[in-house]
Design a binder for this molecule. Structure first.
Ligand code: UTP
Length: 287
């Protein structure tokens, strides 16, 4: 399956990061010198994606501005002869074809994806959650697209989550196909301990067929009164083949304080100018 389109839902209110996210979208909080959403768009582009639809909501306009031209800044950089910075700011606005649609009522992730149906049409498409930032040698989305292409099926990105945390995610019933690839048999969102089917949970990356719209359009609200994407996937995997790809790489949930801090430290340590300094500074703290 050739996947050229991606959907990035960014409509959520980010209430776990208040008051930082009262006005600033959580996706725009910086991980060192880039907002989190930029890492996600860069991962999509590095995975071969050309067209991106972001599902936004009220108050998220700074995300649109971030991927637009910035004439005043560009003028100033040009006048100062700062060619590298100018090229960087320009290329950001041309990184991909990015369009936006509003989810007018926040009815859940499943509903947010349903809002993308006109954009994707009958094509398979990728989904990258707007607050799940990855650090991986091979882009995580590319790992999913390659598996999906090989088997001609939908694919979800999974990793092992400990017993103490699996109830915050979804749990999957899977059957091994080869190495890190599994066939998905069923899924449950936010399982109670007795409902856990495995410690594999989906962490923010998907490749879906348009078949998902048939199920999402008729789905009743699930956990938390929201239209849950997991419930839609549970129906979809009964109708068509779906893979779970145990991806290589580290995922950061930047929508909560600890995950945001982990990502900030990780990207700080990897930063070409600040990395070494940060390593020495952390050592000097002698905690
Ligand atoms: P989250 O539950 O992590 O985001 O949703 P949230 O609602 O902002 O979280 P709180 O308020 O801190 O608990 C996972 C993804 O689904 C998107 C979010 O933007 C995030 O990318 N989402 C969620 C929507 O786009 N629309 C919705 O109605 C719900």
């Amino acid at each position: 399956m050739k996947v050229k389109k991606a959907v990035i839902p960014v409509a959520g209110l980010g209430t776990r990061m208040l008051p930082a996210t009262k006005v600033v979208p959580k996706e725009m909080l910086p991980l060192i010198d880039k907002p989190g959403i930029q890492y996600i768009v860069e991962e999509a582009v590095a995975s071969g994606i050309e067209d991106i639809l972001m599902i936004t909501s009220r108050g998220k306009w700074t995300i649109e501005d971030h991927f637009d031209y910035a004439p005043e800044i560009e003028e100033k950089l040009k006048a100062a002869g700062k060619e590298d910075e100018l090229a960087m700011i320009r290329s950001l606005a041309n990184i991909a074809n990015i369009t936006f649609v509003r989810q007018k009522e926040l009815k859940g992730l499943g509903h947010a994806i349903w809002c993308a149906r006109r954009f994707t049409g009958d094509e398979p498409f990728a989904v990258l959650l707007g607050d799940d930032v990855m650090c991986a040698e091979i882009p995580v989305l590319k790992q999913l697209i390659d598996a999906s292409d090989k088997f001609g099926a939908s694919a979800v990105g999974v990793q092992y989550v400990g017993n103490e945390d699996i109830g915050k995610y979804c749990s999957l019933d899977v059957e091994n196909i080869e190495n890190n690839l599994y066939l998905v048999k069923s899924l449950i969102e936010k399982p109670e301990p007795e409902q856990v089917m495995s410690n594999f949970a989906i962490l923010g990356r998907y490749v879906l067929t348009s078949g998902i719209y048939d199920v999402l359009g008729n789905l009743p609200p699930g956990y938390g009164g929201e239209i849950q994407l997991t419930d839609g996937l549970n129906k979809l995997c009964a109708r068509e083949k779906m893979l779970a790809v145990e991806f290589s790489g580290k995922r950061y949930d930047t929508g909560n304080i600890k995950g945001y801090l982990e990502a900030t430290i990780q990207f700080g340590l990897m930063h070409p100018e600040a990395g070494e300094w940060l390593r020495d500074y952390l050592k000097s703290l002698k905690l």
